[in-house]
Design a protein around this ligand. Structure first.
Ligand code: DUC
Ligand code: ZN
Ligand code: ZN
Length: 469
């Protein structure tokens, strides 16, 4: 169906970060044109080529997953979802925009990395996509290129305090990149873990024969996440730059962010479903099954979850993204049998985020509007995509999910669409399910029949962070 078609979504409860209203939604040329109260004369007067019945359903903005790694080269292998398979799975799960990470490798320019990522994604995505840039080699050339990248719509840069020799930047490089970002309007995203200290603990653990996946969690100590988070915040203060801390997993790291925000500093935080729903119990699963849950920052003891939920409610954390970085158990995670440090780091989840967070609404962790805020509106605002993405309002892209809040489902590798041989949430019961998905007005999932296509998704340049000034 073409996006020139006039579509009306009728009878649903439209939920955005700001409102909940029983309204019909009129869509033309891929955009939302108007909302009108269901049953009103205005809504009744709308004619359409296509009517989507949303009775007893929520009508919500498509999810914005601001942290994915399709095809990421890592640990001698590649994340198993391509842009084609990963964006299709995202749409099945109600996400209609991803912001993926282009990678600068050591010795090459950010430009070269970004061009390689444009090429990987070009013509194959099912939904719209944008890029952040991972800076692995902060030198004069990289700093200059940051200016051009911001102009081009790549307005955020991830730096790593972990992974020495691969992605790692020392404090001097971090400070320089922060200074440049503050001058450019760019946003620094920080992987905050003290990788130098972690590498010492890894070496000691392996030398003592502690090689199982659970030791991945033990050596990547909470204190080393908290220390790095603290240091990143102080460096950002010195540079006068804003800071977004990715994949916050530890209560102590969150406390650093909360303290900075209490001082009025422009410090933001993201967590991910794996830290909210999984724990070190999963990492300790026998027969090397724990490898399925190896990611960094690592899963933490269950007690940390309450602090993360609280942080999402109090707005000390603004965003839930997935850090989707899938590696098959067979042949990929298995690279680390006998040496946890060789297990490729990453978990699948791009298809499961919206459902898991809806379950969190039912479990009393979040309100419905906060669900839409942390999963749609806030990531769109944080990364300069709002209100094109992240809401349902006149002028917004018609990226819309008709969500059935009543149907029960069981998350499983048998039914998911991600290109990975396990599901991190296997067997988990969820009430609620994505029913129909529109991307720029095109129905890509029609009552759970796939109608999308590779190549429908468009590259979407971004503006600067909309949480600043
Ligand atoms: N963490 C992961 O778990 N995978 C990829 C990179 C990262 O920082
Ligand atoms: Zn990271
Ligand atoms: Zn990541």
């Amino acid at each position: 169906m073409s996006s020139a078609t006039r579509t009306v979504i009728r009878g649903g409860l439209v939920v955005t970060a700001a409102d909940e209203i029983h309204a019909d939604v009129l869509i033309e040329q891929g955009r939302v044109v108007a909302l009108a109260a269901h049953g009103s004369t205005v809504a009744e007067s709308w004619t359409a080529d296509r009517t989507v019945d949303a009775t007893d359903r929520y009508v919500i903005p498509g999810g914005v997953d601001a942290h994915t790694h399709m095809e990421l080269p890592f640990g001698g292998t590649f994340a198993s979802d391509t842009f084609e398979t990963g964006t299709r799975a995202a749409a099945w799960g109600g996400t209609t925009t991803i912001v993926d990470f282009a990678v600068q490798t050591i010795g090459t320019s950010p430009r070269a990395g970004l061009d390689a990522w444009y090429a990987k994604a070009d013509g194959v995505c099912a939904i719209d996509y944008a890029f952040h840039m991972i800076l692995s080699d902060v030198d004069e050339r990289s700093l200059k290129e940051m200016d051009h990248l911001v102009q081009e719509g790549v307005t955020s840069f991830k730096l790593f305090m972990a992974y020495p020799g691969v992605f790692y930047s020392d404090d001097g490089k971090i400070l320089r990149a922060m200074q440049r970002a503050s001058a450019d309007g760019g946003l620094i995203m920080m992987h905050a873990e003290n990788g130098i200290a972690i590498d010492v603990l890894v070496e000691q653990a392996l030398a003592e024969g502690r090689t199982d996946p659970r030791y991945h969690g033990e050596v990547r100590r909470v204190l080393l996440e908290a220390e790095a988070t603290h240091r990143a915040i102080q460096l950002a203060r010195v540079a006068g730059s804003p800071l977004y801390v990715v994949h916050v997993s530890a209560e102590e790291a969150l406390a650093e962010i909360a303290a900075a925000r209490d001082k009025g500093l422009p410090v933001f935080g993201e967590t991910c479903p794996q830290y909210l729903f999984l724990s070190t119990d999963n990492l300790a699963e026998p027969d090397f099954e724990g490898a399925k849950y190896v990611c960094s920052t690592p899963l933490r003891p269950r007690e940390h979850q309450a602090a993360l939920w609280r942080g999402l409610r109090t707005d000390d954390l603004q965003v839930v993204s997935t850090d989707h970085c899938p590696f098959c158990f067979s042949g990929q995670k298995e690279l680390g049998r006998g040496d946890f440090s060789r297990i490729p780091n990453g978990l699948p989840g791009v298809e499961n985020r919206m459902d898991l967070l809806h379950q969190a609404v039912l479990d009393g962790h979040l309100t419905r509007r906060r669900w839409i805020d942390i999963a749609c509106a806030a990531p769109a605002r944080m990364f300069g995509l709002y209100p094109k993405k992240g809401t349902i309002a006149p002028g917004s892209d018609a990226d819309i999910v008709v969500y059935d809040p009543h149907t029960e489902q069981t998350l499983s590798v048998r039914t998911h669409h991600m290109n990975v041989d396990y599901n991190a949430y296997e067997g988990r019961r969820i009430t609620g399910r994505v029913e129909t998905v529109l991307s720029r007005g095109e129905v890509v999932l029609d009552r759970r029949t796939w109608t999308g296509r590779a190549g429908h998704g468009r590259y979407t340049p971004r503006g600067i962070c909309q949480y600043l000034g």
